[in-house]
Write a protein that binds this ligand. Structure first.
Ligand SMILES: Cc1cc2nc3c(=O)[nH]c(=O)nc-3n(C[C@H](O)[C@H](O)[C@H](O)COP(=O)(O)O)c2cc1C
Length: 204
């Protein structure tokens, strides 16, 4: 084990695993964005391009992506909501809405594996967003039919991903599995996300 660690650190492997840890930590679900920052199409393209390097069950690669920049944000904004666990906050706040999106669609027929591919794709894209100084959120609570019509999508949308320059402070809180998993905010607006501690994720 020690030999392996020494080898890994010589080859730079330990350095890169440390930065992956930082990216994962920074990759929170952001519901408020700095609207003075405009996400460019090439940034969204770079994020989508990660899909050419990720796994896919049976390598079917059924996922397709529609990029939405700020000029078209009005076609998306009415069709989703954020922060279902904090309904009194009416998120996103006016003026801090996300204004860039990646709509993930799939070529039919879809099955169980399509959704596994979707998860891998979404997390990979969000990590890439964080690496280039942005952040985002997966949005499942959107009106699929309305979004499909509004963007004239040729395929059914499975997931909406918002991308922007995050303007929120988010902290993780370690909990046991039997405590509440519901995220919450304090009076200063800091957002807290409970995460079940590692020992309790293991089963015998
Ligand atoms: C598939 C998926 C769908 C989600 N849909 C929504 C959503 O519709 N609205 C929302 O506010 N957050 C949504 N989220 C974000 C989760 O609420 C968030 O991941 C969770 O609170 C944990 O926070 P974290 O991502 O910062 O760890 C979604 C996340 C995933 C993975």
């Amino acid at each position: 084990m020690e030999d392996y660690k020494a080898q890994a650190s010589k080859s730079g492997a330990s350095k890169s695993s440390a930065s992956l840890g930082k990216l994962i930590l920074k990759n929170r679900s952001y519901r408020g964005y700095d609207n003075s920052f405009v996400v460019r199409r090439d940034q969204l393209l770079r994020i989508v391009e990660t899909n050419t390097r990720i796994p896919s069950a049976r390598n079917t690669q059924q996922l397709r992506f529609r990029i939405v920049t700020s000029e078209e944000a009005h076609k998306v904004l009415p069709h989703f909501r954020l922060g279902g666990a904090l309904p009194h906050l009416h998120l996103p706040h006016e003026g801090s809405e996300p204004r860039a999106f990646i709509v993930v669609c799939a070529v039919p027929p879809t099955d169980h594996y399509t959704y596994i591919d979707l998860g891998i794709s979404a997390q990979t894209m969000l990590l890439q967003a964080v690496e280039i100084g942005l952040g985002g959120i997966c949005i499942g609570a959107f009106d699929k039919e309305a979004l499909k019509a509004s963007l004239e999508l040729p395929l059914d949308p499975l997931l909406l991903i918002a991308i922007g320059k995050p303007a929120e402070k988010i902290e993780l809180v370690s909990i046991s599995a039997d405590q509440s998993h519901t995220y919450y905010r304090d009076e200063k607006g800091t957002h807290y996300v409970p995460k079940v501690r590692a020992e309790e994720l293991l089963i015998e």
